[in-house]
Write a protein that binds this ligand. Structure first.
Ligand SMILES: NC(=O)c1ccc[n+]([C@@H]2O[C@H](COP(=O)([O-])OP(=O)(O)OC[C@H]3O[C@@H](n4cnc5c(N)ncnc54)[C@H](O)[C@@H]3O)[C@@H](O)[C@H]2O)c1
Length: 253
C-alpha cells in the first residue's frame, strides 16, 4: 500500500473529487480526515471508507474560516499524531456569464473558497509538515487556470491564483522536505459540472459540447483525479514539486 501509515486531510471530501480521493487514499492505507461544509456528505464518505475497512473521521468545516482550518489540522494531530497529506480540494464553480453581468458577491465568494481557503489550509498545515520534515500539500486547480472557457472569468482567475500559490509555497517548503503540487482537472462528472455548463443538469448537448474539446474524447471521472492525488501524495512522486499536473485528456494542448 502506497500510503501506509500516512495521515491525510482532504477538504471538500463530502462529494466528487474529494470523496473519491479520500476513498482512494484510505484504500492505500492512509487514515483520512474527511472535511466538508456539508456534514452529511462528509459522513457518507467516512461510511464508504469504513465499509472497505479503512479509517476516517468526518469533520464539518468551512475552509474560508481561519479557525476552521486550524481546527482540522488539530483534529488530525489529536486523532493520529501526524499530518502527511493536506489536499486543499474544496471549491465552488461559476455559471458562465459575461463579466458585466456577474455580481461582485459571486467574485468574492469564489475567491474566498478557491483562493483564501487554500491559503489558510497552507497557513496551518505547512508548519506541522515542516516540523515533521515530511509532507505533501496538494491543491485542486483547474484547466480553467491554463485554458479558460468563456464566461467563467472569476473562477479561472481563482484557479490561476492557486497555480501560482503552488509554486510560491513549493519554494518555501522545499528545504523542509515538504512538497506542494496542484492538479488541473478538465470537466469532471461531479455535482458542480452542470453549473459550468450553465445548466441545471448535464444533458446530451452539454456533454457533447465539452467532450468535443477533449482530445482523448471523454470527461474525467472523479477517480481519474483520485488516482493522480494518490500518486502525487506518495513517494513515487518524490521529485515532483511546484508544478501543476494537467489531468485533462489533452484539453490544454
Ligand atoms: N467538476 C469539475 O468539472 C471540475 C473541474 C476542474 C476543477 N474542479 C475543482 O475540483 C474541486 C472539487 O470539486 P468537485 O468537482 O468534486 O465538486 P463537488 O461539488 O462534488 O465537491 C465540492 C465540495 O466542496 C465543498 N465545499 C464548498 N465550499 C466549501 C467550504 N467553504 N468549506 C468546505 N467545503 C466546501 C462542497 O460542499 C462539496 O462537497 C474544486 O476545487 C473544483 O473547483 C472541478
Amino acid at each position: 500500500m502506497r500510503l501506509d501509515g500516512r495521515v491525510a486531510v482532504i477538504t471538500g471530501a463530502g462529494s466528487g473529487i474529494g470523496a473519491a480521493s479520500a476513498l482512494a487514499m484510505a484504500r492505500e492505507g492512509a487514515r483520512v480526515v474527511v472535511v466538508d461544509v456539508n456534514e452529511a456528505g462528509a459522513k457518507a464518505t467516512v461510511e464508504q471508507i469504513e465499509r472497505v475497512g479503512g479509517q476516517a473521521l468526518a469533520v464539518r468545516a468551512d475552509v474560508t474560516r481561519a479557525a476552521d482550518n486550524q481546527m482540522i489540522v488539530e483534529k488530525a494531530l489529536a486523532a493520529w499524531g501526524r499530518l502527511d497529506i493536506f489536499f486543499a480540494n474544496a471549491g465552488v464553480p461559476q455559471a458562465p456569464e459575461d463579466v458585466e453581468q456577474v455580481d461582485e458577491a459571486i467574485f468574492d465568494r469564489i475567491m474566498a473558497v478557491n483562493v483564501k481557503g487554500v491559503w489558510l489550509g497552507a497557513k496551518y498545515a505547512l508548519p506541522v509538515m515542516k516540523k515533521q520534515r515530511r509532507g505533501v500539500f496538494l491543491i485542486t486547480a483547474s484547466t480553467a487556470a491554463i485554458r479558460p472557457r468563456p464566461g467563467v472569468q472569476a473562477y479561472a482567475a481563482s484557479k490561476g491564483a492557486v497555480v501560482t500559490l503552488t509554486k510560491s509555497l513549493a519554494l518555501e517548503a522545499a528545504s523542509h522536505g515538504v512538497r506542494v503540487v496542484s492538479i488541473a482537472p478538465v470537466a469532471t462528472e461531479t455535482p458542480m459540472l452542470p453549473t459550468f455548463m450553465g445548466k441545471r443538469v448535464v444533458d446530451e448537448e452539454g456533454r457533447a459540447r465539452y467532450v468535443a474539446t477533449v482530445p482523448l474524447g471523454r470527461l474525467n471521472q472523479p477517480e481519474d483525479l483520485a488516482r493522480t492525488a494518490v500518486f502525487l501524495a506518495s513517494d513515487d512522486a518524490a521529485m515532483i514539486t511546484g508544478t501543476c499536473v494537467e489531468v485533462d485528456g489533452g484539453r490544454c494542448i
